[in-house]
Design a protein around this ligand. Structure first.
Ligand code: ACO
Length: 392
């Protein structure tokens, strides 16, 4: 592992390491690694406890409002999310019919911006208003993604059914069939595991935009753009592409994937390639979210086969590089087991993380300080403008 550089003082300025590695930029009560560095916490609970047991509604209530809901609160958050899921502005569906077929994360970026045009022309900062929009966006972002994807690939789409459970209904819209209970619960658990994670790149982006006192929709559109990159949310897609490539080669050799994956990974490492779904800025020993996802992978289609592949890949990466698997390795396989098209994997990450983005946006704007670091300019100085004919 590379040595992390330290902060130093230069005159009135603090110079921090590239990538803000190990730099604390603010406090949050929403989520993060506990002070002992032993667990990732959602508002006091471990991420694996909530990931394994909480429904989407319960986890969303916890992340947004700071506590697990009582009966009445659960009914309220459920009825709002379900109602809003069915209330997308009709013109937004029309708009989605007239855009080129691209990566579905673009649907999220401009679909969220379009929602902002409907809901946020005059933005306010009172708490009820902010929380109401957080629930609206959590309910409607999945509909934007699934509508965009299905229109582009099937020429039609399924409308939301507000009478059904959120996670079940969203999965139904993605795979265009009714999921079983275990499929819906496995999917729901990944939404909860993805829901928040401290000041990760997309959440920090959302907070930076919030700190300018822009509206929630603009801030979340920025968060989605940051999540799209392969070093962040895009890794779950790349991990599955890697497994499929390895599977093809294993079939050519006539061996099962779990017997071939070691050779495949070692060859990639020898070429200095990164293995997607491994490594994490915070988790250097173990990503606890993988334990919860693994329990569901084991219960879904071909679970035994996939667990053998995953465990072998983890064993090889630990032996060769001392790098642990991250959540994306497991969700990649889990989504494949559910029959979800690979380009929808990162959008699903966003469907969970949108709750965390909103919570962080609200925490930021209600106790705001513009986030604006200072650069160290190292380019030339003293140059003078020259007319074009004198330049070369
Ligand atoms: N495969 C091979 N080598 C790796 C991997 C990997 N997946 N991850 C890290 N390394 C190596 C790096 O090459 C580097 O080696 P070096 O010191 O010889 O240069 C060393 O480990 C440190 O890695 P960094 O990239 O500097 O670590 P950083 O904390 O900056 O990055 C990151 C973490 C970006 C997640 C990295 O591990 C990575 O690129 N992983 C693959 C992409 C991925 O799975 N992303 C998902 C993250 S989890 C999430 O977003 C939910």
């Amino acid at each position: 592992m590379s040595q992390q550089p330290e902060c130093r003082v230069e005159g009135n300025y603090i110079v921090v390491p590239k990538g803000l590695v190990n730099v604390i930029v603010d406090e949050t009560k929403i989520s993060g690694v506990d002070p002992k560095g032993e667990a990732t916490i959602y508002r006091g609970y471990t991420i694996e406890d909530i990931g394994e047991h909480a429904s989407f509604y319960e986890a969303a209530h916890l992340i947004l409002f700071g506590r697990l809901p009582c009966d009445e609160e659960l009914k309220e958050i459920r009825s709002k999310i379900d109602k809003y899921r069915g209330q997308i502005p009709e013109k937004l569906f029309d708009a989605m019919k007239h855009v080129p077929v691209t990566h579905p994360m673009f649907y999220g970026i401009y679909g969220t911006a379009l929602l902002g045009q409907y809901y946020a022309p005059e933005w306010r900062f009172d708490e009820d208003f902010l929380y109401d929009h957080a629930l609206r966006l959590a309910a409607q972002l999945p509909v934007i993604f699934t509508t965009g994807w299905n229109l582009a690939h099937h020429g039609t789409f399924l409308r939301p059914d507000p009478s059904r459970d959120h996670a079940w209904d969203v999965l139904r819209m993605i795979i265009m069939r009714e999921p079983s209970d275990i499929e819906a619960r496995a999917f729901e658990s990944t939404l909860v595991l993805y829901m928040d994670h401290g000041f990760n790149a997309s959440t920090f982006t959302t907070r930076v935009i919030g700190s300018t006192l822009s509206d929630l929709y603009s801030a979340v559109a920025g968060g989605i753009a940051a999540l799209k990159g392969p070093l962040h949310g895009g890794a779950n897609e790349k991990a599955m592409e890697m497994f499929l490539d390895a599977m093809k080669k294993a079939e050519e050799k006539g061996v099962p994937l779990y017997d071939y994956i070691e050779e495949y990974i070692k060859e990639k490492l020898a070429r200095k390639e990164k293995i997607m779904g491994f490594g994490h800025r915070i988790y250097k020993l173990h990503d606890p979210r993988t334990d919860v996802a693994a329990k569901f992978v084991a219960k879904l289609k071909d679970g035994e086969f996939w667990m053998k592949v995953l465990k072998k890949a983890e064993e090889v990466m630990w032996r060769e590089k001392k790098i642990p698997a991250n959540i994306d390795l497991y969700t990649a396989v889990l989504y494949y087991q559910l029959g979800i098209p690979i380009p929808m994997y990162t959008p699903i990450f966003a469907m969970g993380r949108v709750v965390g983005w909103s919570a962080h946006y609200i925490e930021q704007v209600l106790n705001n300080k513009l986030i604006r670091p200072t650069e160290k300019y190292v380019g030339p100085t003293g140059l003078k403008y020259q007319p074009i004919e004198e330049r070369c």
